[in-house]
Design a protein around this ligand. Structure first.
Ligand SMILES: [Mn+2]
Length: 450
């Protein structure tokens, strides 16, 4: 670190110590060098965790009804550049103490926005130099960069899909700059969420939807063209979210986002992919595992915002992951893929407003890393035992392994299909869907008896 000051003085480097006394700040399950059963990879390789600047060191835990509650001594500074650098230091201290290798940031999380675009870019360059020093000193890496296209009032009526070409140009030029910075810091990817790209009131949208979606495609293609031009070898990753801040966000879920990208000619581009978030799947009324499966089916899954929503709350609460069961099907897929080879598990998660102990951020991140680790180990066991494969492949989908299945999939005429229908119907014997048996199987692996 460039400064000797500790922003979290009460906490040391967090060890892996499964036998530590209860209440100790340790990893019980995450051991980065542990090889996961049935794979050639370690937990550290399969789970490329990252912390995020905005929730990690910028969010004071305010809500719509009350001010921030979280102590953030790094925000007390004589000027905004010093404040930005102290935020960087606090972020890197978190990474070092937690043994997390990656971070993510929006342009104005760490660099103050200036009075002009030129001044903003100068501030960004100053902070980028400082981040480069911290990366060199610690070996920590940038997962992805992105632009804050939702806080400033100029973005209140949208950016790419907005009402004003001046805003479109301003937002896009911010992306160009942040893409250059992400490349300079050797970031793996660049995220386009587009918080204000959504429906405000229906009467203007009914006249302009096709027009604004054309602009959405033009904006994305400009970003990808510039990434190609400067030789950025990461992906431009789009992040679906159904609602909040707008009533409806155009990139509402994976299927809708894939459709918009396809219409824009973006899905066909090799450097375009998806960044998925558990809480966003919930806002769309979908299982996170379904969203991951849909992105994989299109071969566009790149990265994950690892967090958790609350089904009883209708907005984006960004809790640290804590429910193992939700992550088991996700890890079954990621184990097939060898993890997220080009992406990360970034903790887009924040403290509750009630949580005010400086150690709470450590509890949150440690808990989330252990949660993903347990899910990984349970999924690895389920895989190596093969029972789930037996149920799904050998029973539920077994008929597709017959010659009729092969013939349909390689193309049959109308007459051949009709002959098969006459031959096999109308009563057709089917396997059980086996949901209860699968639920028991998952519980047996989570909580082995005896
Ligand atoms: Mn979220």
């Amino acid at each position: 670190m460039t400064s000797q000051k500790q922003w979290f003085p009460g906490v040391g480097n967090i060890p892996h110590d499964p036998k530590a006394k209860r209440g100790s700040l340790v990893f019980r399950h995450f051991n980065p060098t542990e090889v996961v059963a049935g794979t050639s990879k370690t937990l550290g390789e399969l789970l490329p965790f990252g912390v995020v600047a905005w929730h990690g060191v910028c969010n004071p835990s305010a809500d719509m009804f009350g001010r921030g509650t979280r102590p953030m001594p790094w925000d007390e500074a004589p000027d905004p550049i010093t404040k930005g650098k102290q935020r960087c230091e606090a972020l890197f201290e978190l990474m070092v103490k937690l043994g997390v290798d990656y971070y993510s940031w929006h342009n104005y999380d760490l660099a103050p926005e200036g009075a002009t675009l030129k001044e903003s870019h100068k501030n960004l360059d100053t902070i980028t130099d400082f981040l480069a020093e911290l990366q060199a000193a610690t070996g920590k890496k940038l997962a992805w960069g992105t632009c804050d296209h939702f806080s400033h009032p100029r973005y209140r009526l949208g950016v790419a899909t907005g009402v004003c070409p001046k805003v479109y140009a301003y937002g896009l030029s911010e992306v160009f700059k942040m893409l250059e910075i992400t490349m300079r810091l050797q970031g793996k990817n660049f995220v386009l969420w587009g918080g204000r790209e959504g429906m405000r009131q229906i009467m203007s949208i009914i006249k302009r939807l096709a027009f604004v979606l054309e602009n959405y495609g033009r904006f994305g293609n400009s970003v990808c063209d510039y990434a190609d031009e400067i030789g950025f070898d990461g992906k431009i990753i789009y992040e679906p979210k159904k609602r909040e801040p707008s009533k409806v966000q155009y990139q509402s879920d994976v299927a809708a986002t894939l459709f918009l990208l396809q219409q824009a000619g973006l899905l066909q581009r090799e450097n375009v992919g998806l960044n998925l978030e558990e809480n966003h799947a919930g806002l769309a009324g979908l299982d996170f595992a379904y969203e991951v499966a849909m992105a994989r089916a299109a071969d566009k899954l790149i990265s994950i915002d690892a967090n958790e929503g609350d089904p009883l709350i209708g907005w984006d609460v960004d809790e640290f992951s804590h429910t193992v069961k939700k992550l088991i099907p996700v890890m079954l897929m990621l184990l097939e893929d060898g993890g997220l080879p080009n992406g990360n598990l970034a903790f887009d998660a924040k403290l509750r407003r009630e949580s005010t102990d400086p150690k709470d951020i450590f509890w949150g991140i440690i808990g989330a890393m252990d949660t993903w680790s347990i899910a990984t180990k349970v999924a690895a066991q389920i895989r190596s035992e093969g029972v789930l494969d037996d149920i799904v492949e050998e029973s539920i989908y077994a008929e597709w392994g017959t010659s009729l299945g092969d013939r349909i999939r390689s193309g049959m005429t109308k007459d051949a299909i009709t002959n098969a229908a006459h031959r096999y119907g109308p009563t057709i014997e089917l396997p059980s869907g086996s949901e209860e048996r699968i639920n028991v199987l998952i519980n047996e692996h989570m909580f082995p008896a005896g």
